[in-house]
Design a protein around this ligand. Structure first.
Ligand SMILES: *[C@@H]1O[C@H](CO)[C@@H](O)[C@H](O)[C@H]1NC(C)=O
Ligand SMILES: *[C@@H]1O[C@H](CO)[C@@H](O)[C@H](O)[C@H]1NC(C)=O
Ligand SMILES: *[C@@H]1O[C@H](CO)[C@@H](O)[C@H](O)[C@H]1NC(C)=O
Ligand SMILES: *[C@@H]1O[C@H](CO)[C@@H](O)[C@H](O)[C@H]1NC(C)=O
Ligand SMILES: *[C@@H]1O[C@H](CO)[C@@H](O)[C@H](O)[C@H]1NC(C)=O
Length: 326
């Protein structure tokens, strides 16, 4: 009889715990400052309020130009390059923005500190609910706010030449992400929050300090991780393409010392770049990877007679494969 009353209480408590454990909800209520968007102003009026000139619909968009693209009076794309004066919060009133590119420019109200670190990207970014492409480069960004996990329309995210130290765990909510680019982020050691992203096809993470492969990316096609701190390829068996699409993996210029036999389960792997690592052996399982067409093993630590043996053996077992040792 008593149990009958207690069970619903436990159930309710559980629900409450789940709500509290949701990091996005927590951040939202705590930190988002409201911006008052002028009701009567059009998108054009809004960009005229910027402290720097934003060219509209230029016929000749140039590489380091600040400009916006507009259709039917709505601005859907903005590129802000090398601006000395700061980007005003009113930018977050451009509700139709689908693409935001920022290079070497700063937001005006990014003076808040979170956990002792200066905020770069204001949390008001979540007002841009239609944002599909976000590219930030050449800025002193050390972390992304958790609220980034609310930008559920994002398909393409780039963070390059930053001081980023980690990715927020809420990135795992970005189920529409197709492409992630992380280049020249020397303090970034882990990309674990990308694990399991269901739509991710292209992951470019070069010149960072990443120590482990991502895992469980069922649509992955291109994985480019040159110039990182990988020492093994453990978990690679979780990265085969579940739609049987060909895959191209680059792990050159790391410190890989051994390859796990489980690599044979990546049956869709077509190109594998392993130059400039510390390999002196390979698992025999690689002879069975019949879909492999390109294998680069330059600048590893194989002896000349070993190279010759491997070359001969690979050619014998897989006539489609080109192996490079020097
Ligand atoms: C972005 O900023 C960096 C640093 O100032 C500069 O070297 C680079 O050329 C800029 N990129 C573009 C596309 O203007
Ligand atoms: C970048 O941010 C970090 C952490 O907030 C700070 O220590 C560093 O001095 C900043 N660098 C520049 C060039 O502003
Ligand atoms: C990553 O490797 C570079 C050299 O390739 C080294 O300077 C750096 O200290 C390493 N970083 C970590 C976190 O191990
Ligand atoms: C080669 O790839 C196809 C799919 O593209 C797959 O069905 C087949 O099993 C693979 N072959 C091997 C030997 O892994
Ligand atoms: C191999 O090392 C040589 C000499 O250090 C270098 O010139 C070459 O670019 C390297 N090749 C690859 C594919 O990394």
């Amino acid at each position: 009889m008593k149990l009958f009353y207690i069970l619903p209480v436990i159930y309710l408590l559980k629900i409450q715990l789940i709500i509290n454990a949701n990091p996005i909800r927590a951040t939202k209520s705590k930190n988002t400052q409201e911006i008052h968007c002028p009701q009567k102003k059009t998108d054009s009026d809004i960009i005229k309020l910027f402290p720097f000139f934003v060219e509209s619909n230029p016929m000749l968009p140039k590489p380091s130009m600040t400009y916006g693209l507009m259709t039917n009076g709505k601005i859907n794309s903005i590129e802000i390059i090398n601006q000395k004066t700061c980007i005003p919060s009113i930018i977050f009133c451009l509700k139709n923005l689908e693409k935001l590119i920022i290079n070497n420019s700063y937001f005006c109200d990014s003076t808040k500190q979170i956990n002792g670190k200066m905020e770069y990207l204001p949390e008001q970014i979540i007002k841009l609910q239609k944002l599909k492409t976000l590219k930030i480069s050449h800025v002193n960004l050390t972390f992304l706010p958790n609220i980034i996990g609310n930008l559920i329309s994002l398909t393409d995210l780039t963070l390059s030449n930053t001081n980023l130290e980690y990715l927020p765990e809420t990135m795992s909510y970005l189920k529409s992400l197709v492409e992630i680019t992380l280049i020249d982020n020397p303090h970034l050691r882990s990309i674990k929050p990308t694990d399991g992203l269901p739509a991710l096809q292209i992951l470019i993470a070069r010149h960072c300090s990443i120590q482990n492969l991502p895992r469980y990316l069922p649509k992955l096609k291109d994985l480019f991780m040159s110039y990182n701190n990988l020492t093994s390829l453990s978990g690679i068996e979780t990265l085969s393409n579940k739609e049987n699409k060909k895959q191209n993996f680059e792990f050159n210029n790391n410190r890989i010392t051994a390859i796990t036999p489980e690599i044979r389960h990546v049956h869709t792997l077509s190109r594998l770049h392993l130059a400039q690592n510390r390999l002196d052996n390979l698992p025999t399982d690689m002879f069975d990877m019949k879909n492999l067409t390109y294998l680069n093993l330059q600048n590893n630590t194989f002896l000349p007679n070993e190279k010759q043996y491997l070359k001969d053996e690979f050619t014998k077992r897989n006539s489609k494969l080109k192996v490079y040792f020097d």
